[in-house]
Design a protein around this ligand. Structure first.
Ligand SMILES: Nc1ncnc2c1ncn2[C@@H]1O[C@H](COP(=O)(O)OP(=O)(O)OP(=O)(O)O)[C@@H](O)[C@H]1O
Length: 232
């Protein structure tokens, strides 16, 4: 694949895990800042998200994320990409809120003052100002997901891959988290979601079924196609 970097470009991409073919012949060319990934349970969305994030290697085909092949510079790719999962408990590593956010900045080897400033600015931005010294596991579910976003965005990632980030949240927290993910802060968003109203708010979408792409393009068109398939 050549030419200027579209956001997400795949040609004949396939993934085999433990001798099972999980993704097959995924071909896409999307140039959009926000991309939803939709489809039934088990259709391959999370696997695709992990390939985009550089956590799972494809076994076939070509892939470019913002013009770069994750496999040619895997470490650099992981530095540019942040991953947000549905279960924020799985993402909390450090005892306190601010230590947990600071951990995300460790690879940048910042001076302590700059690191502390970046952490406190991020906490305020995600509504956690004043909670820096709290035990991270004592936060509410919604606050924990905001902490996960804080840890993702404090690194100023080029790409954010979010896998069902609102799945366990109430309507208010889901709206807050979605607002942060969709806001234009210079990142590209790849958002796996079962929330079709949220998917419609993205610019583009991809619909998976049985490990294949069955529709891709403008988000509202793709979600309409999925809605139609669901009612058949
Ligand atoms: N390590 C693995 N080995 C074999 N098969 C796997 C592995 N990981 C996932 N799969 C299978 O790949 C298929 C796609 O899984 P994936 O988690 O990507 O789907 P999904 O669309 O994200 O589903 P959900 O909406 O339920 O989260 C499933 O059938 C799953 O069982």
């Amino acid at each position: 694949m050549t030419g200027p970097g579209a956001t997400l470009r795949c040609a004949g991409l396939g993934v085999r895990l433990d001798d099972s073919v999980v993704l097959r012949d995924v071909t896409l060319d999307l140039d959009a800042r926000t991309i939803a990934v939709v489809g039934d349970n088990g259709s391959g969305k999370s696997t695709f998200a992990r390939v985009v994030a550089g956590l799972v290697r494809r076994t076939e085909g070509a892939l470019e994320v913002c013009g770069r092949d994750p496999d040619t510079d895997a470490a650099g790719h992981r530095r540019r990409v942040a991953l947000v999962l549905s279960n924020p408990d799985a993402q909390i590593v450090m005892p306190t809120v601010s230590e947990d956010v600071a951990l995300s900045l460790r690879p940048e080897r910042l001076a302590r003052a700059e690191r502390d400033l970046r952490v406190s600015e991020a906490l305020v931005r995600f509504g956690l100002g004043g909670l820096g010294d709290r035990a991270a596991h004592d936060l509410s579910g919604g606050q924990k997901q905001l902490l996960a976003l804080c840890g993702a965005f404090v690194r100023r990632p080029r790409v954010v891959v979010a896998d069902e980030p609102t799945a366990f949240l109430d309507a208010r927290n889901a709206r807050t988290v979605a607002g942060h993910l969709l806001a234009d802060t210079g990142h590209t968003l790849v958002l796996v979601t079962h929330d079709l109203a949220l998917a419609r708010r993205c610019e583009a979408a991809v619909l998976f079924a049985d490990g294949r792409v069955v529709a891709s393009g403008v988000a509202s068109d793709v979600v309409d196609a999925y809605d139609t398939a669901l009612s058949c």
